[in-house]
Design a protein around this ligand. Structure first.
Ligand SMILES: [Zn+2]
Length: 429
């Protein structure tokens, strides 16, 4: 009897404790905006590459995908001068972003033909080579040819015993991004969650959380091959962190939340678009089915709620065919109305001969841009860089974009801002 009572008592205590915990968790439940027409982002299966080194002894040529960021699903010898490398995406349907990355070497120096074969998909990225993953060379346009149906691209490639990367874009893996974060702001890195396959999702959280009331949010690499957008994000954040009067003034006024790599699994697995859950993460800003989007949304909402901070601006860096700023239509009035007009005007004014390409849109699909507005009434911007935009220009534009943003937000609501806008109108700096 005593034993039964004891068990009942323990059960009641546990039940009470559970009820209490549940009450606590629901009272702390964060508020999410639900888009009226969400997209199904429940997990889908993906195909993994077989990691291996393909050896063609007749040619004395070797091809490998045994590194992070590789994409090579099969490789065969066609004749003694030619190999065919086949790439397929992680799953379908998928957008047109036929990414590839492999390492090639040979017993003796010679020139071979590499057929990049995308099966039913089309060639997109100009081939690039590197021997050290840092310095990249675009293959000369006379050295590759795309087939009339665009499903293959044949590259004439010098090979040697030195291993050469042949890739769609520069390799920037999760290890590289972590190293960049550590070099930039070692004391302000926080691992806010884990990806589906257990990789860290890191954030840089900067600013005086006890004092400051406004935040800007910066994101990148929801889509793995979008390296050019990542380069713009790097230049943008590096300028915010710079030792200049403007950057210091900005950091004294705003909290800065940076999520530089939202899809680390996709990046390291060499995905064309999706997460390890087989989903386009930038369609998951409604139900947060994927651990990556949920971790970032939880962190932004949790951090800002805990410190009573309001997000006023969110910029998400991506890549597409050409440079474009996807902005919000004027009818969506954020807490910083007109910001984007002044900002884009300022960028255009600063870069000689540059014309801003702006495409405003409303709240259609659950992308981060709309989420910034819906959740915080913040200005949301998708900052897109062309796949092949000149890398030095990307850095310049990223830096100038940061400077123009900081000028506007540091001088917000002040006489100085009005003066600055007058100067813009007059054509001065
Ligand atoms: Zn994208």
């Amino acid at each position: 009897m005593k034993n039964i009572l004891s068990k009942t008592f323990r059960f009641s205590c546990c039940a009470l404790l559970l009820c209490f915990c549940y009450a606590c968790s629901t009272s702390k439940k964060l508020t999410y905006y639900e888009f009226p027409k969400p997209i199904d982002t429940k997990e889908k299966a993906i195909n993994y590459q077989t990691k291996k080194t393909y050896s063609f002894s007749e040619m004395g040529v070797y091809v490998s995908n045994e590194f992070d960021g590789a994409r090579l699903n099969d490789c065969k010898m066609v004749d003694e001068h030619t190999i065919i490398a086949t790439m397929s995406p992680e799953n379908t349907p998928i957008n047109a972003s036929a990414y590839y990355a492999m390492q090639i070497w040979s017993d003796e120096a010679k020139t071979i033909q590499v057929i990049l074969n995308y099966t039913e998909h089309k060639h997109r990225y100009l081939p690039k080579t590197s021997t050290n993953r840092k310095d990249w060379t675009w293959v000369d346009s006379t050295q590759f040819v795309v087939s009339p149906d665009e499903k293959q691209c044949t590259v004439t490639l010098p090979v040697s015993p030195t291993k050469t990367y042949l890739a769609a874009q520069e390799l920037v893996t999760s290890t590289d991004v972590k190293a960049w974060c550590e070099a930039l702001a070692k004391d302000d890195i926080y691992t806010i969650g884990k990806s589906k396959l257990g990789r860290d999702i890191d954030a840089l959280q900067l600013g005086d959380f006890g004092k400051l009331k406004d935040a800007i949010v910066i994101m990148s690499r929801q889509h793995p091959p979008e390296v050019s957008g990542f380069f713009a994000m790097q230049a943008f954040v590096e300028e915010i962190m710079a030792d200049t009067p403007l950057s210091k003034a900005f950091r004294e006024k705003y909290v800065i939340l940076v999520y530089p790599l939202i899809n680390p699994d996709g990046v390291d697995l060499g995905h064309w678009r999706h997460s390890a859950g087989g989903i386009d993460l930038n369609r998951d800003w409604a139900f947060y089915h994927q651990p990556e989007t949920r971790a970032v949304a939880d962190d932004i909402l949790g951090t800002t709620k805990a410190h009573n901070i309001n997000v006023i601006l969110g910029i998400d860096f991506h890549s597409t065919w050409h440079d474009v700023y996807y902005t919000m239509v004027d009818s969506l009035r954020s807490d910083i109305p007109k910001f984007k007009d002044y900002w884009l005007d300022g960028i255009e004014h600063r870069i000689e001969g540059y014309e801003v390409n702006e495409k405003p849109s409303g709240l259609r699909t659950p992308v981060s841009k709309g989420w910034f507005y819906a959740q915080f009434n913040a200005e949301g911007i998708t900052y897109e860089i062309g796949d092949e935009t000149d890398r030095d220009f990307i850095k310049l534009k990223g830096k100038v974009s940061a400077q123009e943003m900081m000028k506007l937000l540091v001088f917000k609501d002040s006489e100085s801002r009005r003066e600055m806008n007058v100067k813009h109108a007059e054509g001065g700096q």
